[in-house]
Design a protein around this ligand. Structure first.
Ligand SMILES: Cc1cc2nc3c(=O)[nH]c(=O)nc-3n(C[C@H](O)[C@H](O)[C@H](O)COP(=O)(O)O)c2cc1C
Length: 203
C-alpha cells in the first residue's frame, strides 16, 4: 500500500515536472525584456512590429536616419544600390538606451534591392547583440526577404537567431503604399500569431 502510494507520488511529480518544462520556453519568455526594432518607410513593417508588440509586449523602436532617404522611390532605389555596392552604413538618428538590458531583440525591415536595407545594417553594426535572441521579420513587394535573413545571421554571429517571418506588404514602385489594414491586417495578425507560437515566443 505504502509503496503503491510512493510510486503514485513519484509519477505525479514526474508528470508535473514534464508538463512544466514543456511550456517553460513560452513561460520564461514572458519574463524576458523584449525590444522590437524596425525600419519602415511606408508603415507596413511598422504595422507588423505593432502586431508583435500586442502579442508579446516589449519596447518599440523605429529607426530614423540622420539624413533621411529622398521621397522619390527611383532616386531612393539608386541610392540604396550604391550604398550596397560600397558597404556604406548610413548614420542613425535613433539611439537605443541600454541595449544590454534586453534579452530578445526583434529586427524588422522591408526588402530593399532584395537585401537588408542599409539602415538596419547600421543598427546591427552599431549595437552589440551577442548572447541575445534575435528574431527577424520582413515585409516586401511579393519577392520575398531575399538574402536579408542570412545577413541577420552574419551580422549577429554570437546571437541565437530564430526563424524569421515574412509577409507581402506594399509595392511602392507601383504606387501601392500602406496595405496592412482592414482584412489584410487581420490576416497578418493570424499569421504573426502562428509564427510566434512556432518559435515558442507564445503558447
Ligand atoms: C528602395 C526600395 C527598394 C525595394 N526593393 C524591393 C525588392 O527588392 N523586393 C521587394 O519585394 N520589394 C522591394 N521594395 C518594396 C518594399 O519591400 C515593400 O513595399 C515593403 O512592404 C515596404 O515596407 P514599409 O512600408 O515598412 O516601408 C522596395 C522598396 C523600396 C523603398
Amino acid at each position: 500500500m505504502i509503496s503503491e502510494m510512493k510510486s503514485t507520488l513519484f509519477y505525479s511529480i514526474v508528470i508535473v515536472l514534464c508538463a512544466s518544462t514543456s511550456c517553460s520556453n513560452a513561460q520564461s519568455m514572458s519574463a524576458k525584456k523584449i525590444l522590437i526594432v524596425y525600419l519602415s518607410r511606408t508603415n507596413n513593417t511598422k504595422a507588423i512590429a505593432e502586431i508583435i508588440q500586442n502579442n508579446v509586449g516589449g519596447t518599440l523602436a523605429g529607426l530614423e536616419l540622420e539624413k533621411p532617404y529622398p521621397e522619390n522611390y527611383q532616386v531612393t532605389v539608386q541610392q540604396v544600390v550604391k550604398e550596397n555596392e560600397t558597404g556604406y552604413l548610413p548614420p542613425l538618428k535613433t539611439k537605443i538606451d541600454s541595449i544590454e538590458k534586453y534579452d530578445v531583440v526583434f529586427v524588422g525591415f522591408p526588402t530593399w534591392d532584395m537585401k537588408m536595407p542599409p539602415p538596419m545594417k547600421s543598427f546591427l553594426h552599431q549595437y552589440n547583440l551577442s548572447g541575445k535572441t534575435v528574431i527577424p521579420f520582413n515585409t516586401n513587394a511579393g519577392y520575398g526577404a531575399g538574402n536579408s535573413f542570412q545577413t541577420v545571421k552574419e551580422l549577429c554571429p554570437d546571437s541565437k537567431v530564430l526563424e524569421g517571418f515574412s509577409i507581402t506588404g506594399g509595392i511602392e514602385r507601383d504606387g501601392v503604399y500602406f496595405v496592412i489594414k482592414g482584412e489584410k491586417a487581420k490576416k497578418a495578425e493570424t499569421e504573426v500569431r502562428k509564427w510566434l507560437r512556432k518559435i515558442k515566443l507564445t503558447e
